[in-house]
Design a protein around this ligand. Structure first.
Ligand code: PLP
Length: 384
């Protein structure tokens, strides 16, 4: 169906929660997308840090196809093979522990919050200004952004938002704190990497007060930063880790991982979801992790991130580049980021406006050097 017809259907039948770009994508392969008119695009956004292996990676397609022909869903009242094996693989990556499978990042956060409250009942949560954890009520309550929260008040009680400084967190955490919730790189907040000293200070503080350190790896996890998890850059071990986006390479899945003794707070009946851990999504995620391990994909993010950063720094209209691995923001001089995003899209490059003045780039970790150079050339041209 043509774009104009889709826009009409949207107007008639879809809630108005998204300001979509006026493009209809019909196909993807690797780092490329094609629209309904046959135009080709370089995708340097990946559904916001989702398709780490690129679009329609053959191993993921095959896993989905194979599982779909055998069993798509049966529910958590029974055993199936893919979620158990996926859990074992994730435990290997995350230092032992146990996982709960959900369907999205926000749901992984809900699980983490409930786990922390079950362990320290009535406890509160310390969260960071400019943090982002999702749109469900618990996750939204952990996301202290006025525009996102205010229309939906009252929120879940017990969330204390502080500036991301060691002193502010120290002042907020007390013996009744259930958990501190942090991102290794604040993604939606503008791609702001944390420092090791800061994370290590929070870790010590959580140990002193007996509260949990929950690290939200929904945007940073599974190789995006050059390590399997962002916290591995920061010299700490978390108690709980949330992940989603990249885990299914586009097939919806989330996971909340916790240390064994923390996970033990949950007993049957405490938490559940109909779709979480279903065979189709977990078969896809198993294929994702297999390719990532076999091809050491996280390591590729480091070299590719350096090349992309250097390329962006060579563009005079870009004032500064920040980020970690292949999660990168380019701070623009004197140009609204939305305008540049629209111009880049017209020129065949997909990026997004992470703030009013910065672009976010988060391509597939399998992006080639030539594709990075091509993206930099498009931005150079657009910004000229
Ligand atoms: N946590 C972080 C760090 C995120 O970046 C996001 C989404 O961007 C979420 C949680 C929410 O994930 P989802 O949109 O899958 O609910």
């Amino acid at each position: 169906m043509a774009l104009a017809a889709l826009q009409e259907l949207e107007r008639d039948a879809v809630m108005g929660t998204y300001a979509r770009n006026p493009v209809e994508f019909v196909r993807g392969a690797g780092t490329r997308l094609w629209d309904d008119e046959g135009n080709e695009y370089l995708d340097f956004l990946c559904g916001i840090s989702v398709s780490l292996l690129g679009h329609c990676h053959p191993a993921v397609v095959e896993a989905v196809r194979d599982q779909a022909t055998r069993l798509i869903h049966v529910g958590n009242l029974f055993y199936t093979d893919p979620p158990m094996r996926l859990a074992a693989r994730l435990s290997e990556l995350s230092l032992g522990g146990k996982v709960f499978f959900a369907n999205s990042g926000a749901e992984a956060i809900e699980c983490a919050l409930k786990l922390a409250r079950k362990r320290r009942q009535g406890g509160d949560f310390v969260v960071l200004e400019r943090g982002f954890h999702g749109r469900t009520y618990g996750a939204l309550s952990a996301t202290p952004q006025e525009s996102k929260q205010a229309p939906f008040a009252p929120l879940v009680p017990g969330f204390v938002a502080v500036e991301p400084t060691a002193e502010a967190v120290r002042a907020a955490v007390h013996d009744g704190t259930a958990a501190v919730l942090l991102e290794p790189v604040q993604g939606e907040g503008g791609v702001n990497p944390a420092t090791p000293a800061y994370f290590q200070g929070v870790r010590r503080l959580c140990d002193e007060r007996g509260c949990l350190l929950i690290v939200d790896e929904v945007q940073t996890g599974l190789g995006r930063t050059g390590e399997w998890f962002g916290f591995q850059h920061l010299g700490i071990e978390p108690d709980v880790v949330t992940m989603a986006k990249a885990l299914g390479n586009g097939v919806p899945i989330g996971a909340c991982w916790a240390r064994d003794d923390v996970a033990a707070a949950f007993v049957p009946g405490d938490h559940a979801t109909t779709f979480g851990g279903q065979p189709l999504a977990t078969a896809a995620a198993r294929a994702v992790l297999e390719v990532m391990q076999r091809e050491d994909v996280p390591a590729r993010a480091t070299a590719a991130g350096e090349r992309l950063t250097k390329g962006l720094e060579s563009i005079s209209a870009i004032a500064r580049v920040r980020g970690l691995g292949l999660l990168v923001a380019a701070e623009l001089r004197d140009r609204p980021s939305r305008e540049v995003v629209a111009a880049a899209l017209d020129a065949g490059l997909v990026v997004n406006a992470v703030t009013e003045t910065a672009l976010r780039l988060a391509p597939s970790l399998l992006v080639t050097d030539d594709e990075i150079d091509e993206a930099v050339a498009i931005l150079t041209m657009v910004l000229a």
